[in-house]
Design a binder for this molecule. Structure first.
Ligand SMILES: O=C(O)CCC(=O)C(=O)O
Ligand SMILES: [Fe+2]
Length: 346
């Protein structure tokens, strides 16, 4: 006991939690991880207490029934959003996407976003230019299973908008590619529904997490604008997400982030420590054919979505490779505003 304690003493409270949930040798006890789904049916208007963490079901957004919904999202009156009392500004909307919507965004993250001029993490010494400029295509042209697996798990991030420089942690005006129109409009929709009226999607990171990978504790402070919220969309397998305080001395709260969940870090929580210590396989990824008449897609407000892709993701033959990827991976799209209001360049 003494030995264990003295070894932990070198780690901050945040790091201790991170190591606990990340542990590979022994599956951690997950009973303290907040699961918003436990309270699916409860709508008492009272704070909910789970493992001494209090959170509230936030009903404000459900009142705006008149808003026309973009394709791929469920109607506002069925959305459930949660706020944690001990982490002001942190909001979770529990999967507001339709299955087709989830498939659409996962497919965009796999086949389209990791292509030039967007940047990817794949190292030029380890991967050919063809993989660095179109990873998904290269992956499916691979005829060697071992090489295919190496390429699959090597993809960890792609960036667009102002590219995040992971070494200097400074955005550089010369490193910029367009933010995809569909993602821009998705963020604009969430921002307007939540009342963040002037939000601009200016930098995006898509994080790819094959099971067994993690993201260690950090704060996202590189953006000159710290007052705009950060939007985070997750698809595929479930993450344990840790949200801590402004310093890593505070013990973080652990939450499950499931496929389709939208997490918003605003106000006080915008600059708080957070991490993803573990990905847990919780779902077999949507193996069916999606039955929706073409006409229904025509009728939906598209909000810059690629209509052909929205259509195709319902087709099993097209969707199969994406399902194969998501079967043991999670994808997270992380979108920030970089510039302060009124500024037009860095
Ligand atoms: O994967 C996540 O949920 C978080 C990603 C993140 O924190 C980041 O990209 O800065
Ligand atoms: Fe982050």
């Amino acid at each position: 006991m003494h030995i264990r304690w003295s070894c932990c003493a070198n780690f901050t409270m945040f790091q201790q939690s991170f190591k606990y949930y990340k542990a590979k040798c022994k599956t951690p006890d997950l009973s303290n991880v907040i699961d918003f789904d436990h309270y699916d049916d409860e709508d008492t208007g009272q704070p909910i207490l789970q493992n001494s963490i209090s959170f509230e079901r936030n009903l404000n957004i459900c009142k705006k029934n008149h808003i026309r919904m973009p394709a791929g999202l469920k109607p506002l009156n069925v959305w459930r959003s949660y706020a944690l009392d001990n982490h002001p500004g942190l909001l979770v909307i529990r999967n507001p996407f339709t299955e087709r919507g989830q498939r659409y965004w996962a497919a965009r993250c796999l086949q389209d976003y990791p292509r030039g001029p967007n940047k990817v993490n794949l190292n030029e010494r380890l991967f050919p230019d063809s993989a660095r400029s179109d990873w998904w295509k290269e992956l499916h042209q691979c005829d060697n299973l071992k090489e295919m697996q190496r390429l699959k798990v090597a993809m960890r991030w792609t960036t667009f908008g102002y590219h995040h420089n992971w070494d200097t942690k400074i955005y550089d005006v010369s490193m910029h590619s367009p933010v995809p129109d569909d993602l821009n409009s998705l963020c604009a929709f969430f921002a307007s529904v939540l009342g963040f009226n002037n939000f601009k999607a200016e930098a995006g990171i898509v994080n790819y997490y094959p099971i067994g990978t993690s993201l260690s504790g950090h704060t996202d402070h590189s953006e000159p604008n710290h007052s705009a919220p950060l939007f985070s969309f997750s698809f595929g397998q479930t993450a344990i997400f840790l949200i801590g305080g402004k310093t890593n001395d505070e013990t973080p709260t652990a939450l499950y982030i499931h496929s389709g969940d939208v997490l918003i870090m605003s106000e006080e929580s915008r600059l708080c420590y957070h991490a993803v210590p573990r990905i847990i396989k919780t779902q077999s990824s949507w193996t069916s054919e999606l039955k929706i008449k073409d006409i229904e897609i025509e009728e939906l407000e598209e909000n810059c979505l690629d209509k052909a892709l929205l259509q195709k993701v319902g087709d099993w033959n097209f969707w199969k490779p994406f399902s194969w990827y998501l079967n043991d991976s999670r994808i997270n799209i992380n979108v920030r505003q970089v510039l302060k209001p009124g500024e037009s360049t860095l």
